[in-house]
Design a protein around this ligand. Structure first.
Ligand code: F6R
Length: 377
């Protein structure tokens, strides 16, 4: 039941603080209990691990891209992400000591299941144990076909999602990857990336604040995005820009907008704009720029400046501060460690898409041509 919400999608967006609170309660034990992250992991999944490959479709693939960033930068494990539908017919040469992760909210996506089955089978045929299959599934449906197929599952526990557009399950998938990357970084002797054990502790203590941060962010952006929606009444194209760990969030913002509002949208790594897409820009093409402080902050701001110079209407997803004046509209997001920022920047993406589609009077929960589970190839 939708309670007082107009659509399931809006209700599910509002359930995200709870999704995060449940995750914190399950996986971040009190600081005195030894391990930073409580995540039961079979040693067979990670001992001697040299590579990770992640197979997924759609929104799940965007969560996988954030996951890959974390696995590489935090746990120091080379990681590749594949569209399951591409991997099936052109798998890369087999690599040694590789963990294959299938990410599917429904646990029923045909391409993802088939890609995993193919990978499992071709590895079983190799006699050398270095190539043995190590399979992990990330899903919201622990009773699904995926869970029957792979021996290890991370259950994101987000509760049933009715809206076709994935929202709280995306947050749940992101959190599954935060848990996994932190747990692997810890087991492999601290963050082998830029920080160390201290960085892991800092991230975990900031993650404990996530439910409270999300609570405020969802309430605030629900109002802000509703008030903005009319500006997009005649919009035909929107560009979403992000870099680094927020590049996948730009992709996700564009996908959400496309699927429920039927407005054409593209997500780009901001630095790629000048290699072609900038030719699209004029006063009729709004640009949403995700600009969170960290390694690429200045670069993102200068990419946004370039868009503004082409008269694009500039919407910033950024903290309030001295750069606020650059944006025509600011959707403010509090500053957190850059590695955690996708957990916050996704909220304005979801609410902006939702309110634009609702303003257009569209069937947000059942967009045309789409189904909740894609069980055909
Ligand atoms: C987007 C959306 C789809 C799914 C995709 C994969 O909001 O819902 O892009 O993410 O069809 O679905 P799952 O995660 O069930 O494999």
């Amino acid at each position: 039941d939708k309670r007082s919400f107009r659509h399931f999608m809006l209700k599910e967006i509002h359930e995200q603080p709870e999704t995060a609170a449940l995750w914190v309660a399950r996986h971040l034990p009190e600081p005195t209990e030894g391990r930073l992250v409580a995540l039961p992991l079979d040693p067979g999944l990670y001992e001697g691990l040299e590579r990770v490959q992640i197979l997924a479709c759609g929104t799940s693939r965007h969560a996988a891209l954030v996951g890959a960033y974390l696995l590489e930068q935090l746990a120091g494990i080379p990681t590749s992400v594949f569209y399951a539908s591409e991997f099936r017919y052109a798998p890369p040469p087999l690599s040694r000591h590789t963990l294959t992760i299938g990410v599917t909210q429904s646990g029923e996506t045909a391409d993802t299941l088939a890609a995993l089955a193919m990978e499992q089978e071709r590895r079983r045929l190799v006699a050398d144990p270095a190539f043995a299959p190590r399979l992990l599934g990330i899903t919201n449906r622990p009773e699904s076909s995926l869970a029957r197929m792979v021996p290890h599952i991370l259950d994101i526990g987000a509760g049933i999602e009715v809206g076709v557009a994935a929202t709280k399950t995306f947050l749940g998938q992101l959190l599954a990857f935060y848990g996994l990357a932190l747990a692997l970084a810890e087991r492999r002797g601290g963050a082998s990336g830029p920080g160390g054990p201290r960085q892991l502790r800092d991230l975990v203590s900031q993650l404990r604040q996530l439910p409270a941060l999300l609570e405020r962010l969802v309430a605030d952006h629900d109002q802000r995005c509703e008030a903005l929606a009319h500006l997009f009444a005649d919009t035909q194209d929107v560009i979403f820009l992000g870099r680094g760990i927020n590049y996948p969030i730009a992709l996700e913002g564009a996908l959400k907008l496309k699927e429920i509002s039927y407005i054409h949208a593209e997500g780009y790594p901001a630095g790629e704009m000048k290699h072609g897409p900038i030719a699209l820009l004029d006063a009729r093409v709004p640009v949403v720029s995700i600009a969170m402080p960290g390694t690429v902050f200045d670069k993102v701001l200068s990419n946004a400046q370039e868009a503004k110079a082409r008269d694009a209407q500039l919407i910033g997803v950024a903290p309030e501060g001295p750069d606020t004046g650059l944006f025509d509209v600011l959707l403010p997001v509090p500053e957190v460690d850059e590695l955690l920022s996708p957990l916050l920047t996704v909220i304005p993406m979801q609410l902006l898409s939702y309110h634009i589609a609702a303003h257009r009077g569209l069937d947000v929960d059942q967009p045309r041509n789409l189904a909740k589970s894609v069980t055909v190839e």
